[in-house]
Structures are given as C-alpha cells and as structure tokens.
Design a protein around this ligand. Structure first.
Ligand SMILES: C[S@@+](CC[C@H](N)C(=O)[O-])C[C@H]1O[C@@H](n2cnc3c(N)ncnc32)[C@H](O)[C@@H]1O
Length: 205
C-alpha cells in the first residue's frame, strides 16, 4: 500500500483519538486478518459527521465485520444504520462486536447485494459506499434518487492508493476516477486525503 499521508502524521493523529476497548479489539481483528477497514481517523470522521447531521437513516454498502458501522451507530441519537454485506459471517462478527458495544438497537443487518438491498430504502440521510470498487458508479446512479433532501454521500478508497491520478491501466482506478468526476460535477463535494481517500458530497440543491 502506498501511503498518501506521512505515516508519522497518521500515527500522531490516531494517538489523539481515544477509543473504547471494543474499537481496539476490532482494529486488532482487522490487523490479524489483513481485513481492510476505514481506520481510526476515518471512523472518527464518520462519527463526527453523524453527530452533526443527526441522520434518521444511514445506509452502508459493504459493512465488513462492523467497524465503520460501529462509528455510525455510536454517533446516531435517533435513527438507524442499515449495514449490508454479502457475507453472513462478516455480519455475524459485526453482531458480536456491536453487541459488546451495546449498539445493536441502532442497527439493522442485511445479507446480500448492497446495491440491490439499498434500493429498498428511501430518504437516506447518509449513504456510505465501501463495497467493491468497480461498482461505485453503478451504486451512486442506482441510489442517488433515494437520498433525502440534504442527504450526504460518503465514499471510502476514492484515491485508491493514488492510482486514480493515472488510471489508464487499472480498471478499478478508472471506475473510481469516473465516480469522482461524476460526483464533483453533480454534487457539492470534496476528497479528504484520509488514509485511502474519503469523499464527502451533498446534493446541489
Ligand atoms: C472494505 S470492506 C468494508 C469495511 C467496512 N466498511 C469498514 O470500514 O469497517 C468491503 C466489504 O464489502 C463487502 N462487499 C463488497 N461488495 C459488496 C456488494 N456488492 N454487496 C454486499 N457486500 C459487498 C465485502 O464482503 C466486504 O466485507
């Protein structure tokens, strides 16, 4: 993995972000299996956006074992996070971790194709994309009409280890580059160089 941010800077920022035991356990679990998660700084950002936005409905496409879902659920006061993954075993782990964190009353878990299941939900206040990268464009085009007024899109990995800068020979990087350009054309948006690039966008009203 090519680092977009100096690892010492990242370590410094992460050291300031205090977390509970469950988060530490989830980070260890991810590290031990090489499971890609949004990371502590990215997670904290999801939490802060959720606290500020006060969403009733968050839909997460690609939940893994629940790390990002944890941060959304922690930030929610009156609403729910729909966590979708096509692997039952990932959501089984998510249920264990979020149970320990006493956040299960804030989540609904669905097994299956995230784009297909996501379409069932209208009035989405935060749509989070962290599914297979080749489907980002399809996902946003299928689900953007389901966003609430003022709804937010957050997408992880949009810099794709810097490969979007020269995406000619990489199919996934090409999709992500098209996705980034599409979003910036139609939404108020920016990309934060947090870990692998986190895009935040809101409908241009
Ligand atoms: C990068 S991981 C998610 C990490 C998680 N969002 C986090 O930060 O903790 C991607 C997950 O998306 C799931 N996935 C990928 N494409 C999917 C799809 N089309 N439908 C449902 N799940 C999908 C994979 O099984 C994997 O668990």
């Amino acid at each position: 993995m090519e680092f977009l941010v100096n690892p010492n800077v990242e370590r410094y920022i992460n050291s300031l972000l205090k977390v509970d035991n469950v988060v530490e356990e989830m980070e260890e679990y991810a590290k031990g299996r090489g499971f890609p998660i949004i990371g502590r700084q990215g997670g904290y950002l999801l939490y802060l956006i959720t606290k500020i936005k006060k969403p009733k409905l968050v839909v997460e496409l690609g939940s893994g074992f629940g790390y990002s879902g944890y941060w959304f659920a922690k930030g929610i006061t009156d609403g729910k996070v729909v966590m979708i993954d096509y692997l039952q075993e990932n959501l089984d782990r998510a249920r264990e971790f979020l149970g320990k964190a006493k956040l299960l009353d804030k989540v609904e878990m669905r097994v299956g194709d995230a784009v297909q299941i996501g379409r069932e939900y209208k009035g989405i206040d935060i749509l989070f994309l962290d599914l297979e990268k080749a489907r980002y464009m399809e996902a946003v085009k299928s689900l953007e009409e389901n966003l609430s007024e003022g709804g937010i899109i957050i997408a992880d990995n949009v810099l794709f280890q810097g490969k979007v800068l020269n995406s000619k020979n990489d199919r996934k990087a090409k999709v992500l580059d098209s996705f980034n350009r599409y979003i910036h054309k139609h939404y108020d948006a920016t990309i934060l160089p947090v870990r692998d690039g986190l895009l935040i966008a809101t409908k241009r009203l």
